[in-house]
Design a protein around this ligand. Structure first.
Ligand code: NAI
Length: 402
């Protein structure tokens, strides 16, 4: 079968297995090219492990630290007519590479918000991690959540209080236009906090404490975003910002619980804005990211998910001296928020229109990266070759894990 990209709005409904694999291999190669990491972390659980920041975290854990990983994600397997989702192919490629390297990797494809998946993962920790997990990373980005009582919540990406009107870009066509986003309802604010806030992260940690599977000194991390003032109305002061505030407040509470249980820690890492499936869905943000990429590339500071996660581990997770801000957060957005970077971004933002988009931003690079999330436009892949869309994830089909 020959596979073409099928883009609908900010999502692509097809994915290329060979392209996805190639991107995973590139990330593994990057980690292997970096100075060796060292820490006591041997067993890692990544919740949201198949794409974006979670996948990069899993790769650094395995190929940087040599740790065993359990990954949880919600992805689609291929059917007769439809390719699998990119996270499925990424996870298949990741597990294959881990297996070849003799590194344990087991995956659970299911709803991380459910109590059933939590129970299965705890069983796996008991069986395969000799009962203890050292690092738990919560990297979910989801549109909805059904909680343990059966209530379903939707997340929304909207401003709060007043209509927001600013520039946005259609990444595919490069047309810059104005977008008006009406304020969120109370239900939308509550729903976003329920889906993207810290409630489910806390449930995971409470279940892990209850089951006595946290190793002495265990660390849990969740990822957040702040961004510059220009995106505050849609991000930090919008529905998603309320959820992130909740996540950050939850970190403080979980930190106390983990301290008490195992002398452990819970922290939030504020990461950089990047092209991922999650960020592509936020209005205005893709235009900001395309300008940011150009500025950071010119300054020699551009990082993708894997570079961010490698630096997170090297400078913080594997360091005796984790650097925290006044709200107890790790700041991996330090380069993005440098005054000189943000000044250039703001200057370009004021001037950008469709006609000068290519000069003022890296829209072409962002478009390519968007396609690459789905395995397309990846260098070295023959897109004319026939490919089999059925690619198994070894641990899910029941192959023995290392
Ligand atoms: P992503 O869309 O690339 O990955 C989301 C992951 O969550 C995937 O592995 C997916 O399978 C999994 N997932 C979604 N619903 C699930 C469910 N019900 N059960 C199990 N797994 C589920 O997202 P990305 O961008 O890597 O985001 C991860 C975290 O990083 C989020 O908290 C996000 O807010 C944060 N972040 C993202 C930034 C960005 O620019 N992309 C910047 C800073 C933080």
């Amino acid at each position: 079968m020959k596979i073409e990209p099928k883009v609908r709005g900010f999502i692509c409904t097809s994915a290329h297995p060979v392209g996805c694999k190639q991107r995973v291999v590139q990330q593994i190669d990057y980690v292997k090219s970096q100075p060796k990491l060292s820490s006591n972390i041997k067993n890692v659980l990544v919740i949201g492990a198949s794409t974006g920041y979670g996948l990069a975290t899993r790769i650094v854990s395995s190929f940087g630290l040599g740790a065993k990983t359990i990954g949880v994600f919600f992805e689609r397997e291929a059917t007769e007519k439809r390719t699998a989702s990119p996270g499925w192919y990424n996870s298949a490629a990741f597990e294959q590479a881990a297996k070849e390297a003799g590194i344990y990797a087991r995956s659970f494809c299911g709803d991380a918000f459910s109590s059933g998946v939590k129970k299965q993962v705890i069983e796996a920790i008991k069986q395969d991690f000799a009962g203890k997990v050292d690092l738990i990373v919560y990297s979910l980005a989801a549109p909805r959540r059904t909680d343990h009582e059966g209530n379903t919540y939707q997340s929304a990406l909207k401003p709060i209080g007043k209509t927001y009107d600013d520039k946005t870009v259609d990444t595919m066509t490069g047309v810059v236009s104005n977008v008006e986003i009406t304020p969120a309802t109370t239900d939308e604010i509550v729903g976003t906090e329920k889906v993207m806030g810290g409630e489910d992260w806390a449930l995971w940690i409470e279940d892990l404490i209850q089951a006595d599977v946290l190793a002495e000194g265990a660390l849990s991390l969740a990822y957040s975003y702040i961004g510059p003032k220009m995106t505050y109305p849609i991000y930090r002061e919008g529905t998603i910002g309320v959820a992130k505030e909740h996540l950050e407040k939850t970190a403080i509470e979980l930190n106390a619980k983990m301290q008490k249980a195992v002398r452990g820690r819970a922290l939030v890492s504020v990461n950089k804005a990047l092209v991922t499936q999650a960020s592509s869905a936020i209005p205005v943000v893709p235009l900001y990211i395309s300008i940011l990429y150009k500025v950071m590339e010119e300054e020699g500071m551009q990082e993708g998910c894997i570079e961010q996660m490698q630096r997170l581990f090297a400078e913080n997770i594997c360091s005796a001296d984790t650097k925290l801000d006044d709200k107890q957060r790790i700041r991996m957005d330090d380069w993005e928020l440098k005054a000189e970077v943000q000044k250039e971004v703001a200057d370009a933002w004021g001037k950008v229109v469709t006609e000068n988009l290519e000069q003022l931003s890296d829209i072409e690079g962002c478009r390519k990266e968007f396609y690459q999330l789905f395995g397309f436009q990846v260098d070295g892949v023959d897109y004319n070759a026939d490919v089999d869309i059925n690619v198994p994830i070894p641990s899910i089909v029941g192959e023995e894990v290392c």
